[in-house]
Design a protein around this ligand. Structure first.
Ligand code: NDP
Ligand code: 2IT
Length: 452
């Protein structure tokens, strides 16, 4: 049995109650097999076994009061997974589904993603099972203050730098940063995704979605194609989805879907700039639901209780490019099969682990272009890294400067993934390439430190 197989078996045994973490470990380690042979020193140093064990896990109580004075208790998490190549870095997720296994899967993925960006960032993730939906601004503020009241002692600009993820956007980062600054009496780059007025970077809100589309363009270019006139399906209607749609439109694509956790909208006329502005206002300002889209644009169709992928499968809609930007495990084998049968050209992941293992096998067997999350959505954390750089230098770059760096980083991630895939015997396999390229840098750093 190879060490990788032993480690996967051990994780299944030890962390049997963490299905998402097991899925991520199986996916990543499964593609690292060619590294065992080329690097016996990793096997000897038990790097594979060490890398699946977080440096530390912090779990804490978050008590807060709602507007009526009633007390609620949520659970807070920060998983500091690996800081071999830089301070822990990764988002915070506020969603009722959050549990240790989900935060561990996200933190584990973040190690390799952050390594791929070429910037010095380790991997971490955190969050809470708090549900921001339906809460007043004041309630969100009191919750985030309570969350930071404990988190502050574990983070710092050179230790661990959180950011946003599902349910944590500009509003939440504002409250979190304001409270940290107050209790530490320090104005430092301890969080990213900050407002422009207090140390944020231009392009950070756009970075994940833009990066996904830059990555898609790089992939299509290897086949002499681009996005012009392509039919694109996007899931989600949040931060990543909105800017993936925006950039897709700039490249001449036709986007026909968006969704939220209640249902999916299909607009066969295309979601154009004006309609996207409507969605941005609906989701970011009015905090409404995507179903309202069909009240404003009655020719579109809303499917309650269905995901974008259910609708595409059930209605037999032909898709050129799929950009899942909502959440993990939204695309299953039957969804993937339906799209592939209908001529899918590329699937590029904005969300983290949106395709389950069955779906991934279908992409790989069919030969569609598959852009895995940790490569394709790395633009967000890359610009977070650039925000940290700007904070350290005490200056801010222009929109054009940051966008140029983002494009360059996405191109590098694309090329490095392809090169690693070829070097390790899997030409054209972006998943294997991204995992190996991300892993090598971290593994070599861990090796250099000895046994710690
Ligand atoms: P947002 O909270 O801004 O948006 C999330 C979107 O996905 C919303 O439309 C939400 O619907 C929908 N969604 C969330 N959970 C579910 C679910 N369980 N089922 C169906 N739909 C769901 O988050 P982001 O856009 O920031 O994050 C989206 C994905 O991208 C996540 O996987 C995240 O980890 C990943 N990501 C984010 C980065 C970032 O910089 N923000 C960077 C890299 C990856 P509703 O409004 O109903 O909640
Ligand atoms: O999954 C991710 O990469 C993020 N949510 C962004 C993390 C960050 O630190 O910007």
């Amino acid at each position: 049995m190879s060490q990788i197989d032993e480690v996967i078996a051990k994780v299944k045994e030890k962390d049997g109650d963490q299905p998402e973490f097991i899925e991520a470990v199986t996916e990543v380690l499964g593609t690292l097999r060619p590294t065992e042979e080329k690097h016996p020193e990793f096997v000897k140093a038990k790097i594979y076994e060490r890398i699946v064990e977080p440096d530390r896990v912090i779990i804490f109580r978050v008590p807060w009061e709602d507007d009526k004075g009633e007390i609620h208790v949520n659970r807070g998490f920060r998983v500091q997974f690996n800081n071999a190549i830089g301070p822990y870095k990764g988002g915070l997720r506020f969603h009722p589904s959050v549990n240790l296994g989900i935060i561990k899967f996200l933190g584990f993925e973040q190690i390799f993603k952050n390594s791929l960006t070429t910037l010095p960032m380790g991997g971490g993730k955190g969050g809470s099972d708090f549900n921001p939906k339906g809460k007043s601004d004041r309630e969100v503020m009191r919750f985030t203050y309570a969350f930071m009241r404990e988190l502050f002692r574990h983070i710092g600009p050179d230790t661990d730098v959180p950011a946003g993820d599902i349910g944590v956007g500009a509003r939440e980062i504002g409250y979190l940063y304001g409270y940290y600054k107050k209790i530490k009496n320090e104005h430092t780059g301890v969080l990213t995704g900050k407002g422009l007025e207090y140390g944020g970077s231009l392009i950070r809100p756009e970075a994940t979605g833009y990066g996904v589309v830059y990555f898609t363009m790089n992939m299509l270019a290897t086949k002499g194609m681009d996005l012009k006139g392509k039919t694109i399906v996007v899931s989600g209607a949040g931060n990543v989805a909105q800017y993936a749609v925006e950039k897709s439109l700039e490249y001449g694509g036709k986007v026909i879907t968006m969704s939220d956790s209640n249902g999916a909208v299909v607009d066969m006329d295309g979601i154009d700039r004006g309609k996207l502005d409507y969605v941005m206002d609906l989701k970011n300002v009015r905090r409404g639901r995507i179903r309202e889209y069909v009240q404003k644009y009655p020719h579109a169709k809303y499917y309650e209780g269905k995901s974008v992928w259910d609708v595409i499968r059930d209605e037999g809609i032909k898709v050129d490019v799929a950009l899942p930007c909502a959440t993990q495990n939204e695309i299953h084998g039957d969804h993937a099969e339906a799209m592939v049968k209908n001529g899918l050209i590329a699937i590029v992941e904005g969300a983290n682990m949106p395709s389950n293992l069955d779906a991934i096998h279908i992409y790989q067997d069919s030969g569609v272009l598959f852009g895995p999350a940790k490569a394709a959505n790395a633009g967000g954390v890359a610009v977070s890294g650039l925000e940290m750089t700007q904070n350290s230098m005490r200056l801010s770059w222009t929109r054009e400067e940051v966008d140029a760096k983002l494009r360059e980083i996405m191109k590098k991630i694309h090329d490095t993934s392809l090169e690693a895939a070829a070097a390790y015997g899997k030409p054209g396999d972006y998943l294997t390439g991204a995992n190996i390229a991300g892993f090598l840098k971290v593994a070599k750093a861990m090796l250099a430190y000895g046994v710690v």
